[in-house]
Design a protein around this ligand. Sequence first.
Ligand code: ZN
Length: 282
Amino acid sequence: MAEDTQPTYEVLALRFGTHAGRPARDNFLFDEGQFPPGTDMPMDFYLWVIRNDRHLLLVDTGFPEEMALRRGRTLFRCPVDALADLGITADDVSDIVITHMHYDHAGNLDRFPAARIHLQEAELRFCAGPAMRHRAVRKPFEAVNVRTAIQGLFEERLVLHQGEAELIPGVTVHPVPGHTPGTQVVRVRTARGWVVLAGDATHLWDNIRLRSPFPILDHLASMMDGYDTIEALADGDDHIIPGHDPRVAQRFPRLAGAPDWVRLHEPALDGTPVAAASGAVR
Ligand SMILES: [Zn+2]
């Protein structure tokens, strides 16, 4: 009964960039023969807005042009500037969830100098700790983002969560380690049920559906456990929103007047849960 009185939210995704010309093989730890050699499988970049008439939450901050150029990624538009499509300025954002500290998720943190930042404590320990002495481990991190998070710590606006937490009624964060030690997902109550913004706990629908993890990872067994956690938190296969799947922007309805944004709080346009491996360009 109580659940019926819970508020629901709009959940909007912005596809702001892509990494095209990427072999499918690069998106999976093991070659299990699921993709013929020469198969391309691009990865897109997203950030997300959760809002209703009382609350506004930004999930991740994308990355700036300078990082895109340096890392060979294509930025369609600045994701922070694109918030204007929704009538939002950076100053309007009081709370940001950072799913994890990789450059493509925390890259514009310095554009929000007054916002509260919600991060798992384990993630801060990792990205500000001794593991960063390894080039292969720190590759997806940028020191500027770690410094910005620590600046927020000193300004008492970095909120370090130790596990699950309710941020606003009907929106919770849940630790799903594996990709990084402090990766968290966001569960949101919507009109179509519980939606999970999985971030990089699953990059693509194929990673979770095939139980075939993305190769950048901290702990394989935790990653596999995380797939079960995500499925338990979501109300269906299409309620799981992967962090980088091009099909997210293709399968959900566009926002009127702002077609770069799609509405994840509504059912997918094709109505049937995505089939595993259907995203490959053969
Ligand atoms: Zn990512």
